[in-house]
Design a protein around this ligand. Sequence first.
Ligand code: NAD
Ligand code: TDX
Length: 363
Amino acid sequence: MKLKNKPIKNILVTGGAGFIGSALIKKLLDETSFEIFNLDKITYSSDLSRINSLFDNKPKKKERYKFIQADISNDELTQKTISYANPDIIVHLAAESHVDRSIDSPKEFVNTNVVGTFNLLRASTSFWESLPEERKRNFGFYHISTDEVFGSLGKEGMFSEQSRYEPRSPYAASKASSDHLAKAWYHTYGLPVIISNCSNNYGPWQFPEKLIPLVIIKALRGEYIPLYGDGSNIRDWLFIDDHIEALIKILEIGEYGHTYCIGGNNEKTNKEVVNNICNLLNEYKPTNYSYHDLIKNVTDRPGHDQRYAIDSTKIRKELGWLPKINFNDGLKKTVLWYLENLNWAESLLIKSGYEGERLGLNK
Ligand code: NAD
Ligand code: TDX
């Protein structure tokens, strides 16, 4: 890993108790000798056991890891955390991340994704300006975003770094705002910022409110599987490990002021995804009914984006990143992981107060 050779001592990751942040922290603990600071508010979707599971077999790695419970919408706490972590790099993943929840409670999304990112950018800039020349030169702020900022595609075309911002859900609008703020801080204050916009992630340890883990849990409980609308909406699925590899490449050799679009080239309709999960469950956890019988078309999500697809030519050509895990293999790994870790998923649901009920109908 080229990252090992960068002049980095400390990395601050925000949202490190979440699905993607925890996978990044585990990779960094495993493959670098950096000190990792994890700033997280610990909302419903977070779970520190995602990271702590690593220390069961590798207790020494714990010495290089510090968790700080803080809310980025609190300006003072954000400033204090940055001073304490004294980072060479900040990777910003903390966010409210579920579209359906953004329909029901948009304010949380503005507070965290917009105000929180603003606080973090401002505090990072003051910190960066105070650094001695060499550390200042090597400092970086990495803002992790989503393809949803570009809106909804029809049958043709793909999103790329040149796509117009056209967010349609409160979640997408809040992430779009945070991207604009990050870009403004690069142009106006010179903060060395890189942004990445990624398609739908899936894999082990994802909170079961997102399509793939929710369907697995519902099916295993024998509850109906909700397919929004006619199930024809398309997402471009990327296995979590491939996203982490892309983020590492960007940290290693990405260029400040640039944006990178990351996608799996794995376009699937929701109907296909749900059917594939049922096929896998029929094979690996057979029961006295077919899981397909549980699938039910339900009222569509308001403002449901029809199709996402990412053209990741830039990151492939310029940074040499390629996704390695095809959708069939990634989905099988994921289903088998949830079969083995059902207790983790069910206890996280109990802890979070979410029982798998329908969200996002604005009722
Ligand atoms: P997640 O919901 O699993 O994790 C988000 C984490 O942020 C949680 O640990 C939560 O406690 C923390 N957090 C929330 N509000 C906070 C606040 N105010 N202060 C500090 N911490 C706070 O989400 P995820 O799927 O891991 O997504 C991480 C990032 O990646 C987000 O920025 C999301 O927009 C982006 N992203 C996600 C996907 C995806 O498919 N999951 C795709 C592209 C981009
Ligand atoms: O029960 C469901 N039934 C269903 O048909 C759920 C939860 C979802 N869906 C549909 C809606 C979407 O078309 O499945 C698709 C995927 O839904 P989500 O898992 O909610 O993801 P999406 O809305 O596409 O957003 C995701 O991708 C981009 C993440 O939640 C974001 O954090 C990320 O930025």
